[in-house]
Design a protein around this ligand. Structure first.
Ligand code: ADP
Ligand code: MG
Length: 358
């Protein structure tokens, strides 16, 4: 359905997309995952015909974007990072405007009604877009993408700026749409693609670093054996004991305490489950274990594991390892919360009419 071959986009001396190739089959829900500045929006804008490429080839349904951008646009519903909304219009006026703009020939009333049903915006249909909450505006943005019933839908960071409840609703909506559409979901949030996508393409600094089924990425994520543990016992001695163990590869004492317990972040050596053995040791020492909680993996950790595993780029591996050693365990725990806060900050930007270019 979608084929991207050796795509390159330079902004002056800055290479935003560096020889990216991937294919997406009909009906797939694919996550395009990468940190801010990785080149996601640039790739999405080229794929949807809104931005020209420096080199490479993009085809949708066998049609080259350069040969017939209109035919490609007809096949793709696109929700860009900044949804192309006109705040002074009502939802109804705006969707009729989009309907006309796309030269849609489906029965207008019926078609728009169906879309409003799917994205659940019937109750705000007559309202001015400016006055809608960010969650509703995002739904209107999705409605706009669905006009004309395109077989492919591309979402660029669709949950940025939404509160946790809205995030869940939009993810559910995307999953529903995935039942009868080919979907690309671009995001910097690992949990988002894990929750929604069958397959995950990871991009970093303009290059694809992984293209895997979600279950494989999950396996890598689950392979993380990082725990926050609470132990009642003399901190220095406990720390020495943890450091001396061969089944623990990393230990950090956290500044927090819980009653008379000190809190540590430990990471077990690969493919080793040290939990039971640690329990027995602590029990022998008379240091009660009062808490053990598995910590999730951040996008950065996934990068490290994947690059480590594939051994593709030793330079990247070394750089990311150094970075990791500087990260504190507290940071790790806050990853998801931080990405939501990030997102909220971005949403504060005013929503301007979309002019077709970044
Ligand atoms: P992402 O969507 O993954 O956050 P982008 O595709 O927006 O990343 O950006 C990739 C890189 O290209 C970044 O380094 C960004 O600063 C740069 N970039 C994006 N748009 C432009 C532009 N219009 N002019 C110059 N540089 C740009
Ligand atoms: Mg982006």
């Amino acid at each position: 359905m979608i084929k991207i071959e050796h795509l390159v986009k330079n902004y002056g001396a800055n290479c935003a997309v560096d020889d990216v190739s991937f294919e997406i089959a009909k009906g797939e829900i694919v996550g395009f995952l990468g940190p801010n500045g990785a080149g996601k929006s640039t790739t999405m804008n080229i794929l949807t015909g809104y931005l020209s490429s420096t080199a490479g080839r993009v085809t949708v349904d066998g049609i080259n974007v350069l040969d017939d951008p209109l035919a490609v646009k007809r096949r793709i519903g696109y929700l860009p990072e900044q949804p192309p909304l006109y705040p002074d219009m009502t939802v109804e006026e705006y969707l009729i405007f989009v309907y006309n703009l796309k030269g849609c020939t489906l029965n207008r009333t019926k078609h728009l009604e169906e879309i409003c049903d799917v994205v659940k915006i019937k109750d705000v249909y007559k309202r001015v877009i400016r006055n809608l909450s960010k969650g509703y505006r995002q739904r209107v943005g999705i409605a706009q993408a669905l006009v004309g019933n395109p077989p492919v839908i591309v979402f660029d960071e669709p949950t940025v700026g939404l509160d946790p409840k809205q995030i869940i609703e939009i993810r559910n909506l995307i999953r529903t749409l995935g039942k009868d559409h080919t979907v690309i979901l671009s995001t910097h949030i690992l949990q988002e693609v894990q929750a929604v996508c069958d397959r995950i393409i990871i991009i970093n600094k303009g290059k694809i670093v992984a293209d895997e089924l979600t279950e494989n990425i999950n396996r890598v994520a689950d392979g993380s054996r990082r725990y926050r543990i609470k132990i009642c016992g003399p901190q220095r001695e406990v720390l020495n004991m943890l450091n001396d163990r061969s089944d623990i590869s990393y230990v950090e004492a956290l500044p927090a305490r819980d009653g008379d317990a000190y809190i540590y972040m430990v990471e077990s050596a690969p493919n080793i489950d040290m939990r039971k053995s640690l329990f027995y040791t602590l029990s022998q020492k008379g240091w009660p274990l009062v808490g053990m909680e598995a910590l999730g993996m951040s996008l950065e950790d996934i990068f490290i594991s994947i690059v480590d595993r594939t051994g593709d780029d030793a330079r990247v591996r070394k750089a990311t390892k150094t970075q990791r050693s500087k990260r504190s365990a507290v940071d790790l725990e806050k990853d998801l919360a931080a990405s939501i806060i990030d997102a909220t900050a971005e949403a504060q930007k005013s929503i301007a009419p979309y002019d077709g270019e970044d």
